[in-house]
Design a protein around this ligand. Structure first.
Ligand SMILES: *Cc1c(COP(=O)(O)O)cnc(C)c1O
Length: 364
């Protein structure tokens, strides 16, 4: 009678398309299976005939899409006998690595840029009890150090240069096609280290290609639109940049490690890169919260800023179906949110009926 459908994570759901065997011990926190939410109010507000869906990756176990890659990376590290993992991180990778390392019973070392990590991400990483190595340098410097130290210490790198990360992350594209019944016309997402755009493109290609083991699920692939912060836009500059700067700390990266894969995604899909200012990013973050009830972190909001810009210019034409990835949860970065809403700080009133009644009627 009853159908038991306890979801147990993306590796189990997509195991026939992932590098695991029957004997692999799966390290999972039931990540993936995130909601694809259709925006109702914003398309109406902008007066355009478009379907916009957001893939809310902020609802993963540690609050970002990094968990998709981490379940695979830690599973494979444990399978290979590793006792410790290491990553450089702008925050979300460290939180995810720390959580999955705990789950596996191994150690996590995380290198973070001093003072440039959102409060929620730091809180998580501390709670999961990872060893935090704070450096007086940015993410790119941390990444270079991690690559070096991995040759000198018994640690497995779990940044997205670890190919198992992209394997896990490609499942987001599978979920979107499984939910919509087909690929969208456009896929919009933030680009920092460029692992995610590479992983999505890998997933879309795999679902649209006949192989020995699988028939194509669809022939269709989306056009990939990758967005960067104006102060951290190496793909727009055509080369790495030395001093990336943006309020969207998750994409404060000047030397993306998946450079070639991301260019391939852009070229093969017929897509493009674009850049947006911090003000545009924050405006999109507020818009999404205020009009749709969805609170994502600043870096994630650039996918909305970009999609709305490209819809406005006609680069994304009316009649299109668009998916925007919301990479992380707004609760990760409470400081930025509270600062942005400073003008709307709550006023304190007397704790009595008439004062509360007045506060309601004044604000109807
Ligand atoms: C990691 C991250 C990004 C950037 O993803 P890349 O794969 O590095 O391009 C964007 N947003 C959030 C919230 C992230 O955690």
């Amino acid at each position: 009678m009853s159908a038991h459908t306890h979801y147990t994570g993306l590796i189990n759901r997509y195991r026939d398309r992932l590098p695991v065997s029957d004997n692999t011990r799966i390290i999972s926190l039931n990540e993936g299976n995130t909601p694809l939410i259709k925006l109702n109010n914003i398309p109406r507000m902008i007066g355009k005939d478009v379907e916009i869906y957001v893939k809310f990756e902020g609802l993963n176990p540690t609050g970002s899409f990094k968990d998709r890659g981490m379940t695979m990376a830690i599973t494979k590290a444990v399978e290979a006998g590793s006792q410790a993992v290491i990553c450089a991180s702008t925050g979300n990778t460290s939180a995810s690595a720390a959580a999955y390392a705990v789950r596996a019973g191994i150690k996590a070392f995380v290198l973070i840029p001093e003072g440039k990590i959102a409060l929620g991400k730091l809180a998580q990483t501390l709670m999961y009890d990872a060893t935090i190595i704070q450096i007086s340098g940015n993410f790119d410097k941390g990444m270079a150090l991690v690559k070096e130290v991995a040759d000198h210490a018994p640690v497995t790198i779990v940044n997205s240069i670890n190919p198992f990360r992209l394997e896990g992350q490609k499942t987001a594209a599978f979920e979107i096609i499984d939910d919509l019944g087909d690929a969208p016309d456009y896929h919009c997402l933030p680009v920092g280290n460029a692992g995610n755009i590479s992983a999505y493109w890998k997933g879309y290609k795999e679902y649209s290609t006949d192989s020995e083991t699988h028939k194509a699920v669809t022939k269709k692939r989306p056009i990939m639109c990758g967005y960067q912060a104006a102060g951290a836009a190496p793909f727009l500059a055509g080369k790495p940049i030395e001093h990336p700067e943006t309020i969207a700390t998750a994409i404060r990266i000047g030397n993306p490690q998946s450079w070639d894969y991301a260019w391939a995604a852009q070229k093969e899909s017929g897509g493009w890169f674009d850049k947006f200012t911090d003000d545009e990013i924050l405006a999109a973050q507020k818009l999404l919260a205020q009009y749709e009830g969805i609170f994502c972190e600043p870096a994630s909001a650039i996918s909305i800023a970009g999609a709305l810009h490209n819809i406005g210019t006609g680069e994304i034409p009316e009649g299109s179906r668009i998916v925007c990835t919301l990479t992380g949860n707004g609760l990760k970065d409470p400081d930025t949110a509270i600062k942005q809403c400073a003008a709307a700080h709550p006023v304190t009133i007397d704790a009595e009926l008439n004062a509360v009644k007045k506060a309601i009627l004044d604000n109807m």
